[in-house]
Design a protein. Structure first.
Length: 64
């Protein structure tokens, strides 16, 4: 994966989540890279980075 600038990331929560509760946030970074983080931690300490193929495999696994 390329050198990612997380300071420019636009994080969002699922539309199905209650925005007052802790959940996972996602940012689409470009070049097919996706970042996820724990909303209660924020920042970059809890970020996991995925390539587009990895992300698609992850999402398919959640929907199984």
């Amino acid at each position: 994966m390329s050198n990612v600038r997380l300071s420019d990331a636009r994080w969002f929560k699922s539309s199905r989540s209650n925005h007052d509760q802790e959940c996972v946030e996602v940012a689409f970074l470009g070049d097919g890279e996706i970042a996820t983080r724990d909303s209660k931690v924020g920042g970059t300490e809890s970020v996991l980075l995925f390539g587009s193929r990895q992300w698609n495999t992850f999402v398919r696994g959640l929907n199984s």
